[in-house]
Design a protein around this ligand. Sequence first.
Ligand code: PGA
Length: 250
Amino acid sequence: MRKKIIAGNWKMNLSYTEGEELLKNLLNKIADNQSAEVVIAPPFTYLVPFIQISNNKKIKIAAQNCAIEKSGAFTGEVSSTMLLSCGVEYVIIGHSERRTLFFENDEIIKLKVNRVIESGMKLIYCCGESKETRLSEKHESFVTEQLENNLFHLNEDEFKQVIIAYEPIWAIGTGLTATPEQAEQMHAMIRKNVAKRYNSKVGDELSILYGGSVNASNAHSLFKEGNIDGALVGGASLKADDFLTIINAI
Ligand code: PGA
């Protein structure tokens, strides 16, 4: 059975004290036998203490980004090998905020994908279409192209480190969630593409998360769909009760 994952992407939010309080609160309240893997992606500067606090048990720690280079004169950058050496288990790559606000094109994303894969960490790869693309009914071909450009160069073994997050841009931080049917249709299409590129076993074992205004009220109806294996949660992951409700909905 494929892994269920609930991941919280904190983005650039919360002071260290607020973040630590939220982490400890979650650690206290998440059940020991929780079936889903719970992951949070705090800012870089919180990674090491958070790994120590969570002890990588009930909550796994993810980075929100990594450099395209391994090491060297790249002021301000953090490499995948550094993240690995700190005990980070997951890295988010391809988020639409990185693509649009930080001009990360397919070439850059592919390089970052490679860095995460070669480090041995797990990759949470984000894809998803804009509102215009959806309105012009090109969302399926658009996401297919993203997968082909960013991921499908990986071999079968490498691909086993990949988790895909389908995040329609029009649903991120807007309060507009894709309907369970819209999300399921895209997840099924992504899985079909992966099975076609690799094989049906790889497709079956791939965890595909939905992201975009997931909250305590809509999580359950999304998770009822057969191809939705969890969520990448932004805003609602900053509130312990909301995030816990989402975790318990899977
Ligand atoms: P949101 O963000 O839940 O606030 O829409 C999701 C994301 O960007 O991963």
